[in-house]
Design a protein around this ligand. Structure first.
Ligand code: SAM
Length: 276
């Protein structure tokens, strides 16, 4: 059997062997499949969230770009990210004291804990505190608190819609300590150019340094996804500190060279940013 994510005229199709779980939560339809080649496949409202095969690329980059754009992050917040993959990557940073997660849908956490142990192991870290709430509201209660905020959200349309608005970006800025960094799931310029351009425009109107990083993820439609990284620091595209060798050994995608390289965008993307 084949499962297809269809979005905006594109499709991404994966061959699956068995359905492991299908639930309708208060917020979305949750589906989990066993595939032959790609391990497990998680979909929310029919949209691919991750496969075991390539989740490391997305999670390592979305976590480590902001963590290394900051020279001494102590407090991190994940918004969305119910599968636990971003927490797993943050857990590799011994300097973090606070690892809060604000996920709107408790059912996603339950499914991940039951079926995706290699990803949801992120929750085993004693520094993790789970908050079940809408991230766009949660962030308003924490002025000047976080060094890093990571938004690992679903696409606009469902519960993730407020996480793509200007108000939310302004509230995230208020929730940061001086020098704090945000990184948000910022879509693909092939698939959703208007959203990519808008997130860039909004971020530039709020933060001093903004970059759009491309991440190769073969099972997302168009084979890639972006991260919008922003801060009032000098330049988020350059790591603020070296990657410790013991951490580098545990990473398969992120390194200091790709931190800088990922922010070099093709001409059509820079034009998209110039024109918007
Ligand atoms: N890597 C994924 C992708 O882009 O394909 C995102 C994965 S993660 C599972 C997305 C999570 O964001 C979901 O569990 C969803 O419930 C959560 N989410 C959506 N809207 C949210 C909101 N307003 N506040 C907090 N979490 C939200």
């Amino acid at each position: 059997m084949w499962v297809t994510e269809a979005m905006n005229g594109f499709g991404m199709t994966v061959e699956v062997e068995a359905e492991l779980c299908r639930r309708q939560s208060k917020f979305q339809k949750i589906e989990l499949y066993q595939t032959g080649k790609l391990g497990k496949l998680l979909l929310l409202d029919g949209i691919i969230q991750l496969t075991d095969f390539d989740e490391f690329a997305y999670h390592e980059m979305l976590a480590n770009l902001p963590m290394f754009a900051h020279e001494n992050p102590r407090r991190a917040l994940v918004i969305g990210g119910g599968d636990g993959g971003i927490l797993r990557e943050l857990g590799k940073h011994p300097g973090l004291e606070v690892m809060d997660i604000c996920e709107i849908d408790e059912e996603v956490i339950k499914v991940a804990r039951e079926f995706l142990p290699e990803i949801s192991c992120g929750y085993d870290d004693p520094r993790v505190k789970i908050h079940i709430a809408d991230g766009s509201e949660f962030v308003k209660d924490k002025p000047g608190y976080y060094d890093v905020i990571i938004v690992d959200s679903t696409d606009p349309g469902g519960p993730g819609t407020p996480l793509f608005g200007e108000t939310f970006y302004r509230d995230m800025k208020k929730a940061l300590r001086p020098g704090g960094v945000i990184a948000t799931q910022a879509e693909s310029p092939y698939l959703l150019p208007d959203i990519v351009a808008r997130l860039n425009r909004v971020s530039r109107s709020i933060f001093r340094s903004v970059g759009y990083a491309s991440i190769m993820v073969p099972t997302y439609p168009t084979g890639m996804i972006g991260a919008c990284v922003a801060s009032d620091r000098d330049d988020v595209t350059v790591p603020a500190r070296p990657v410790p060798p013991e951490l580098q050994k545990r990473l398969r995608y992120y390194n200091a060279a790709i931190h800088h390289a990922a922010f070099q965008v093709p001409t059509f993307v820079s034009r998209l940013f110039e024109q918007n």
